[in-house]
Design a protein around this ligand. Structure first.
Ligand code: XMP
Length: 319
């Protein structure tokens, strides 16, 4: 009789056996996989685990505080908040090509992680939230699209380079099992059920050049949009929802004045695995109400559009 409770005990025993009294470091992204891996390792080895949360300045509103706060203050994990937003945003200045953005972010992510990890005394293991499908994919479609999607989080080659051994406590699990294990470990259901968020973060939701101004506007608009979706009880019916800020200003009227502000696009899709997706059929009432709220509540946006492209031919992200 297989239960998640029994699996948890077995996984904890396996981690203890593998790691012994060595120290483990883990890159915590706030995503489900790395969060559940960190929570499980913490149960198994407590203070022998140190997590590094790399903050690239491309996170959603309050995200860094929420993730770090939850793990550090509520779960008592050792978490280093590596606030390197100045570094990332500086290197991204003037860059508009999507793949160049990804490469810069991926390279800096590894540099930053290494820098902080080197400061942790006696680390012997690197923990990764690799799932069973990742194990299969990296074997069968090596170099294919499913691998590049994960490219940012895939710190392939890093353990050897850093002289670390790997510990991958989720290697036997599928996504839904990881979620169940997370709940079993006491992570909040709302956290476990969060939509996927790409490694390069808001960089790929800001087509064209990234500026601090655009990021700030985008964060606010995204927060209003997600709040609308939650208020209408739609969050769990949607695979992923977000706002993209468009690299164009448009003319509008507000009160007696003319405005010249950014346009944004709302995105929401249903999907099983992110490989194909359908746009979500919001009601016009919902869309109208959301547009009004964003324009009223977010200074810097005066036009809201809804993206009705499915995948294929579109991608989920705008870049
Ligand atoms: P696309 O836009 O390719 O996205 O339809 C499919 C899924 O992958 C996520 N995504 C990424 N995740 N690094 C990531 O970690 C990336 O560079 C990246 N690009 C897309 C996207 O959010 C969606 O869930």
């Amino acid at each position: 009789d297989w239960t998640m409770g029994a699996y948890r005990e077995q996984a904890i025993a396996a981690i203890k056996e593998q790691v012994g009294d060595a120290h483990v470091i883990c890159a915590l992204s706030g995503g489900v996989d790395s969060s559940v891996a960190a929570a499980l390792l913490h149960e198994a080895i407590g203070d022998q685990l140190t997590c590094v949360f790399v903050d690239h300045g491309l996170l959603r509103l309050n995200e860094a505080e929420e993730v770090v706060g939850m793990f550090r203050d509520h779960m008592n994990l050792k978490v280093i908040h590596a606030d390197e937003s100045e570094l990332f945003l500086g290197e991204l200045e003037g860059v508009s090509d999507p793949e160049t953005k990804r490469k810069i972010i991926g390279r800096l992510f590894i540099d930053v992680f290494q820098k902080y990890a080197n400061g942790i005394e006696g680390a012997e293991y690197l923990a990764q939230g690799t799932l069973y499908p990742d194990v299969i994919e990296s074997v069968s479609f090596s170099g294919g699209p499913s691998v590049t999607i994960k490219s940012h989080h895939n710190v392939g080659g890093l353990p050897e380079k850093m002289g670390l051994k790997l510990v991958e406590p989720l290697r036997e699990l599928f996504k839904d099992e990881v979620r169940a294990l997370g709940v079993e470990l006491g992570l909040p259901k709302s956290f476990i059920g969060r939509h996927p968020f790409p490694g390069p973060g808001l960089a790929i939701r800001c087509p064209g050049e990234i500026t601090r101004e655009k990021l700030e506007i985008l964060r606010k608009a995204d927060a209003v949009y997600i709040d609308q979706i939650r208020r209408h009880g739609l969050y769990d019916d949607i695979w992923q929802a977000f706002v993209a800020i468009l690299p164009v200003r448009t003319v509008g009227v507000m009160g007696d004045g003319r405005t010249y502000d950014y346009a944004c696009a709302l995105r929401a899709v249903t999907s099983v695995d992110g490989m194909t997706a359908d746009y979500y059929p919001f009601t016009h009432e919902f869309l109208g109400e959301t547009a009004t709220r964003i324009i009223n509540e977010v200074q810097g946006i005066n036009r809201v559009t809804y993206d009705i492209t499915s995948k294929p031919p579109g991608t989920i992200e705008w870049e």
